[in-house]
Design a protein. Sequence first.
Length: 494
Amino acid sequence: MSARPVRRIVIVGGGSAGWMTAAALGRALAGQSHSLTLVESEAIGTVGVGEATVPPILDFNRYLQIEPGEFLRETSGSIKLGIQFDGWGGAGNRYFHPFGYFGAEMSGIHFHHFWLRHVAAGGDRDHAEYNLETMAARVGRFAPATRTGLVNHAVHFDASLYARFLRGRAEASGVVRIEGKVAHVRLDPEDGYIEALILDDGRSIEGDLFVDCSGFRGLLIEGALETGYESWNHWLPCDSAVAMPAASDDDPAPFTRSTAREAGWQWRIPLQHRDGNGYVYSSAHLDHDEAARLLTGRLPGAALAEPNRLRFTAGHRRKIWNRNCVAIGLAGGFLEPLESTSIHLIQTTVIRLLALLPRDGIDSNVVARFNRDALHEYETIRDFVIAHYALAGRDDTPFWRDVAAAGMPDSLTERIEAFRATGNILFEPGDLFGPTNWYCVLTGQGMWPVSWHPVADGLPAAELAARLAALKARVAEQLAELPPHIEFLRRLSV
Ligand code: FAD
């Protein structure tokens, strides 16, 4: 354990990661004697993308006491009920990965086992009518709740507006923002801990704990501490993206679209004032100019900016917490935005840091546990993302053929094989993606198990049919209560 008390916390970077960290630490440490400083450089700027989220973002906002209506207004946000995947299971294939649950747990086991039995007996495979969020997305409806339950959702937002909004919160709680460019990092010659950041105008910012939110460059965690990076590029060959906001041709849909393309996939994220669009691709299979040209030709409306080119490597730092530095956001690692998980990883890393925040010094056991949990989380999300590629029913271009040959981690093979043979989803409590998520994506990509849980056989066929009918009727009733999504958004602005 280092015997240095932690009182001065310094964050480098003012993107989503920096301001989410600053707002959360500011709230947690309000009224204490800590100093919280955030250094950012407007000249360097932020990555400028990152618009789709997963439901736990609502908990994070609740922690910061952000009212949902204010949040959507301030960030030009819209509702996300899930992701529509087009072309991932081959030409013409479409499936929806919703938030929420299919049907209802029965006899202590997940609904999908009963559904598998129903399908094996000749029933239709389309399970949409048993999930409110899927049905609401189909017809563009939303309210946070019906009389009989909550509507599971996340949000889309303008990432730069979100960062600006959180900056207001953080500064109000006492976080001090310094505009400047970090030019040098001074380390303690004895133990290699970071002592101070030296700005290019000579100012020096000393601290006890440093949070590296400097984006892909990882200024502190890599530039100064040389932590190393674990690349997953061999499983996830997409290493580039071109992003372009565009005018929308319609009211914002309450879901994200992901369309498989010749060398990757294209996203479309509807906001109130525009659509976010991008093409995530493999630079070994497509060059940047061609990706930008293809994306431009596929925009829903007029382009509102020049193409923004981004390069990345799927993976993570070998340690997310190294000495007195914690890397959050792109500085810690990156998984392509196929399941919108990067902002979530920021959130969970901030919460994990808050839970283990040192007082009188940094303890190596705490750091080891932090790193183990953080890396486990990266790995489980990685497996979920790879599953989309590994089961993609496409071999029509060199990219998809190379993806099919890329293989997958053993942990994913185990999950897929277990599902194929038994219908069981192997997951751990606390995993972001649980049985419904895995079930939707695996079956959406065309994998149907050959078996199911034995308890599902216990229900007489007539009773199963009656229960299925009742569940379907309940979803239809709830759906009828929901107003159009656009109406919900309009009500926020009055
Ligand atoms: P950045 O936004 O890059 O911020 C870095 C900050 O560090 C900046 O303020 C910069 O000025 C500062 N800085 C850097 N160097 C210095 C220096 N020397 N001195 C001072 N300051 C410095 N996530 C999602 O959850 N959903 C999505 O839909 C999604 N889509 C994405 C699509 C793409 C193509 C990419 C690449 C990412 C996407 N992400 C998404 C991820 C998301 O964009 C990031 O997780 C999020 O924006 C956080 O970025 P950041 O704050 O870590 O880094």
